[in-house]
Design a protein around this ligand. Structure first.
Ligand code: SF4
Ligand code: SF4
Length: 178
């Protein structure tokens, strides 16, 4: 340390100046819950089954892709054949959210955009059952999430009907040849 710095204690003065500057600058602390930071696109929050606006039901066709790809094995699906139409009918769709690692594989592999990890993150539970989502709960999660949206919902891994192509991010556009 130079003699000038030692005599005039410039380092201390610099430190105090920085403290004063931070004291009067804009606070960085977010005053939650009055203030909320915007969620980054693609954020993976609470699970939901998308409610189809036309049928009022979920879109799952019971292909089991999500259950097979899930690394936590926390998606439980049961299906049966309709005796008349011979079509596959989903009789059970459940997710044990406490075991989920929020990798997003389930929504990526779903061929019909039925399952999604919404941007909703304000959820807690006191018991395991509180975070064990059955089909009705997953549809309710969607309803609760979608009413909070002040813009068209957009997720890079999932594109609901009605979202114009130009709103897709560049990598997705490229992948889809748009
Ligand atoms: S986000 Fe990943 S771990 Fe969670 S349910 Fe989907 S596939 Fe499974
Ligand atoms: S991948 Fe989609 S359609 Fe297939 S079982 Fe999962 S949620 Fe249903």
């Amino acid at each position: 340390m130079s003699l000038t710095k030692t005599i005039f204690l410039t380092e201390i003065a610099k430190g105090l100046a920085l403290t004063l500057k931070k004291l009067f600058s804009r606070p960085v602390t977010v005053q939650y819950p009055e203030e909320r930071k915007p969620v980054a696109p693609g954020f993976r929050g609470r699970h939901a089954l998308v409610r189809d606006p036309e049928t009022g039901r979920d879109r799952c066709i019971g292909c089991m892709r999500c259950a097979k790809v899930c690394p936590s094995q926390c998606i439980y699906i049961e299906t049966e054949r309709d005796p008349e139409t011979k079509r596959r009918v989903v009789t059970k769709y459940e997710i044990e959210a406490l075991r989920c690692v929020y990798c997003g594989y389930c929504e990526e592999v779903c061929p019909v955009n039925a399952i999604v990890l919404t941007e909703f993150y304000e959820y807690v539970g006191y018991t395991r059952e509180d975070l064990y989502f059955d089909r009705e709960r997953l549809l309710k999660n969607w309803d609760e999430f979608i009413v909070t949206q002040k813009r068209p919902y957009f997720n890079p891994f999932w594109r609901p009907r009605g979202i114009p192509e130009k709103m897709l991010p560049a990598p997705k556009r490229k992948a889809e040849g748009v």
